[in-house]
Design a protein around this ligand. Structure first.
Ligand code: NAD
Length: 308
């Protein structure tokens, strides 16, 4: 991990301190950055104040006189509200200086990221999208992957800050490119997970020991991450969400959110995604009842017993 001597960025506003944002902010504090923090849920702020963060009263209040703003919010509507303002309330773009670097790490539509970036550019302000991969465990361990869309010069400026929270920092291209790369990955993962559940179920229902089947597939051309690291069959691994009632992983409802974002991007750009459409339909139905379970619980679509 770097320390803040490597960057001119010293003071940061961090807005959105939920499951991901709070551990990310804690890693910035540990690395010596000065933090202004704000979340609508004030309960999370006391703990950060004890660690040395300055608690602000609003996103606008948090963002005055800082070198950089990081947002980690649920969805595009929240990101637009915070940066652009809503119902006559000021947004961050109304108050930050032209030198302040704006980085949104939420997972949102590329079109929303570009909309905020254009509004920022009209005022001479730089906005970047930097969605993450790695989940809450990666956020706590400081090992997230950041996939950044923005200009190369600003990417180099924010990179040392992102390195305090992550291990792999990618420059995907222009603004919006980070979000596109992120949803391509998660769309692929959703398809691979459903395919893996389908194959594991077929083999098990035809009398194979799921452990034996998984070891054969893992050494064959069907090899993939879902099979090896997050196998959807409950009888394969000891330390996988499927072995502990599909808890403690990446929730099905978050996978559905990302697959719907992929679909939105595909529709916007008239690209076909027939495999993802099938997988999204499965996750949509599955999330009605099991949205909080790890996304490998899609196995229940094939074998309802795994969730009983
Ligand atoms: P979360 O719901 O736990 O946290 C979001 C926080 O934003 C909440 O604390 C909420 O109070 C706050 N918030 C909402 N509107 C606000 C506003 N106007 N001003 C200030 N604060 C506001 O969500 P999370 O799990 O931390 O995810 C955040 C983002 O990261 C999402 O876009 C999600 O898709 C993405 N993401 C999540 C994971 C994961 O495993 N949880 C992994 C990768 C990416």
């Amino acid at each position: 991990m770097p320390n803040n001597q490597q960057t001119a960025i010293k003071k940061i506003a961090f807005i959105g301190l939920g499951n991901m944002g709070k551990p990310m902010a804690e890693n910035l504090i540990k690395n010596g950055f000065a933090l202004n923090v704000f979340d609508l849920n004030t309960a999370v702020l006391d703990d950060l104040a004890k660690q040395g963060a300055n608690v602000a009263t609003s996103p606008v209040d948090a963002s005055k006189e800082v070198d950089m703003v990081i947002t980690m919010l649920p969805a595009g509507q929240h990101v637009k509200e915070v940066y652009l303002g809503k119902d006559g309330n000021q947004g961050l773009l109304d108050v930050v200086s032209k030198d302040t670097l704006l980085v949104d790490s939420s997972t949102i539509a590329a079109s929303d990221a570009r909309e905020v970036a254009e509004a920022a550019a009209d005022k001479g302000i730089q906005f970047m999208d930097a969605p993450v991969s790695g989940g809450t465990a990666g956020a706590a361990a400081g090992t997230l992957s950041f996939i950044v869309g923005g200009q190369a010069e600003q990417f180099e400026q924010v990179k040392p800050v992102l390195e305090a929270m992550g291990k792999n920092i990618f420059h995907a291209g222009e603004v919006g490119a980070g979000q596109v790369a992120k949803i391509c990955n998660n769309m692929l993962l959703g398809v691979i997970m459903t395919g893996t559940a389908e194959a594991m179920n077929l083999g098990a229902k035809n009398g194979l020991d799921p452990k034996v089947l998984a070891s054969i597939l893992s050494a064959s051309t069907g090899r993939n991450w879902a099979l090896e690291v997050c196998n959807p069959h409950p009888d394969v691994g000891d330390a996988m969400p499927s072995s502990r009632g599909y808890t403690g992983g990446f929730m099905s409802k978050l996978m559905l959110k990302d697959m719907n974002l992929a679909k939105q991007t595909a529709n916007d750009t008239k690209v076909v995604t027939p495999m993802a459409d099938q997988a999204t339909a499965l996750y949509s139905k599955h999330s009605e009842q099991h949205g909080d379970k790890d996304f490998s619980s899609i196995m229940a679509h094939y074998d309802a017993n795994v969730l009983q």
